[in-house]
Design a protein around this ligand. Structure first.
Ligand code: B12
Length: 457
């Protein structure tokens, strides 16, 4: 059996960070690994890289027996367009959809052109779907999967995604294109699922579960050692959570002589709990930590149910700086902010001096309790999936017009990313060609903000 796997093109209408966050389609690589375990021949096409390619070319040349498509919130229309094109080419080719959007909103894909929607992906449910595709089993209810022949009805058990080692050979022809901020080529690795924190705005602990599930660290180091990329982005919610696991991580990197540079997400608490470990992590390649600061006041941190205080944030930043680890801070822009609040954030950034900072307007995602709080102020319906991209303003601002709010966001991004401290860091940390690409990326983002400012009502 032959299965064609597809990551859709970037949606042209969204507020996107694709110019500097351009990671590998790890979900499809995991699915590819499962398919190969079952003897399936796989071809993966990444339309995020091959932006001008069309699906028909691959349907003709590869002649697949089925097509699998991955999805994020911004991909819904493109996934459906690909599914439609597949069915127009040959009605008999089954279409399978998975990915984070299928996990969050499987019903977004309950359309006649899609045959299977995977809410969760496991060895067992992939095997069962393959048996159906091969005709060796009857249509039946499969855990975690909605199928069209059963009218997309499945009231059975659902589980979380199973850990699968990604089949990186499936993306070999694209790998040089994958980057994370100024680090290119950069691989992505997941070493754990779940989170101990319960931040009110976050969907990750909803998708992955509240319990921390760790993959044996020796398995992870073997995976990292086998990578060609010099840079590795560790996408766990909080890679810095487990001190003894991090010690073993360093032991193994040292004994196996693995030399890479790492970027990870780390919580303020995790940084504060293990100051003694940071210098060892730095020696073993940790170059940057993405820290969710979110706010500049304790009052707001407690609204978001953050486990840290403003004091903690400052201490964590100092610890990172003392160990020469860059701090990439992320912040949430609250819809009830006045111009003064934007100014306060800017002052706070001036004081904290994260090497880089990103801003996301508050997203009251339907999977979170914030949805109820803000549902009367929403600018878009929950089904306008591509608007829920963590870049658009979704809640009507209370202290200024939407236009004025976008203007504040634009000014903030310009001032922050153009500040001498960040520019100096960027020039020092990344090759000049990558810095130039980042500048283009920021410019594109600014033009999107300007467009939003002028057109959004
Ligand atoms: C790395 C990453 C990226 C990478 C690449 C992601 C990708 N898969 O293509 C880059 C940097 C490109 C990226 C971009 C964006 N991202 Co992003 N990203 C992540 C991150 C940190 C990890 C994703 C990941 O690789 N997970 C691990 C893999 C293994 O999980 P997975 O993809 O779900 O795959 C599993 C199953 O879903 C299944 N599967 C996947 N595909 C398929 C297909 C089939 C057919 C089947 C059967 C199964 C299957 O197999 C895997 C088994 O475990 C997550 C946060 C997180 N940890 O989830 C955010 C996250 C996914 N991103 C998010 C967002 C919002 C974006 C952007 C929209 C931001 C923006 N405004 O530009 C863009 C969209 C890019 C686009 N498509 O145009 C949101 C998604 C929200 C949503 N409902 O979709 C998340 C959850 C972050 C958050 N805010 O909480 N992202």
């Amino acid at each position: 059996m032959k299965i064609l796997l597809v990551r859709p093109w970037v949606n042209k209408n969204i507020t996107t960070v694709k110019n500097y966050l351009f990671g590998e389609p790890m979900g499809l690589e995991c699915f590819s690994a499962l398919l190969k375990e079952n003897g399936v021949e796989v071809l993966l096409v990444d339309f995020m890289v091959e932006a001008k390619a069309v699906i028909e070319t691959y349907l003709e040349s590869f002649e697949p027996d089925a097509v699998g498509i991955t999805s994020q919130c911004t991909d819904v229309e493109n996934v459906k367009a690909i599914a439609k094109a597949v069915k127009l080419y040959c009605k008999a080719i089954p279409v399978l959809v998975g990915g984070v959007q299928a996990s969050c909103f499987p019903n977004a894909f309950f359309v006649p052109e899609v045959d299977y929607v995977f809410k969760s992906t496991t060895r067992k449910n992939v095997k069962e779907v393959l048996e159906e595709l091969e005709g060796s089993s009857n249509m039946r209810r499969i855990d975690g999967v909605y199928s069209r022949v059963l009218d997309f009805i499945n009231d059975g058990e659902f589980c979380y995604n199973e850990y699968i080692v990604p089949d990186r050979s499936s993306t070999v022809k694209y790998r040089k294109a994958y980057k994370y901020v100024g680090y290119q080529p950069c691989a992505i690795v997941q070493t754990a699922y779940g989170c101990r924190n319960r931040c009110t705005f976050c969907i990750r602990w909803k998708i992955e579960g509240g319990e921390l599930r760790e993959v044996p660290i020796a398995e992870i180091v073997n995976q990292i050692a086998a990578l060609d990329e010099p840079y590795v982005m560790i996408c766990d919610n909080d890679f810095l959570i487990n001190a003894s696991r991090l010690e073993t991580f360093c032991d193994l990197l040292e004994t196996q002589n693995v030399k890479k540079e790492f970027i990870c997400y780390g919580s303020v608490n995790s940084i504060l709990e293990k100051p003694q470990l940071l210098s060892r992590l730095r020696k073993n390649g940790l170059v940057a930590v993405i820290v969710g600061y979110e706010a500049f006041e304790d009052r707001q941190l407690s609204i978001y149910n953050k486990a840290s205080t403003i004091d903690d944030n400052e201490q964590a930043t100092s610890l990172l700086k003392a160990n020469d680890i860059a701090c990439w801070g992320s912040f949430i822009l609250h819809p009830d902010w006045s111009k003064k609040d934007f100014k306060k954030l800017l002052d706070y950034l001036d004081y904290l001096k994260p090497e880089l900072a990103t801003f996301s307007p508050l997203v009251p995602h339907p999977m979170t309790s914030l949805y109820e709080t803000y549902k009367d102020r929403l600018l878009y319906d929950a089904e306008d999936y591509d608007k829920w991209n963590f870049g658009d303003v979704l809640i009507r601002p209370s202290k200024m017009s939407l236009k004025a709010y976008y203007w504040e966001v634009l000014k903030l991004s310009l001032k922050m990313n153009g500040n001498i401290y960040s520019v100096r860091y960027t020039l020092k940390a990344f090759p000049i060609a990558n810095t130039l690409k980042m500048i283009t990326g920021f410019n594109t983002l600014f033009s999107i903000y300007i467009k939003n400012m002028l057109t959004r009502r």
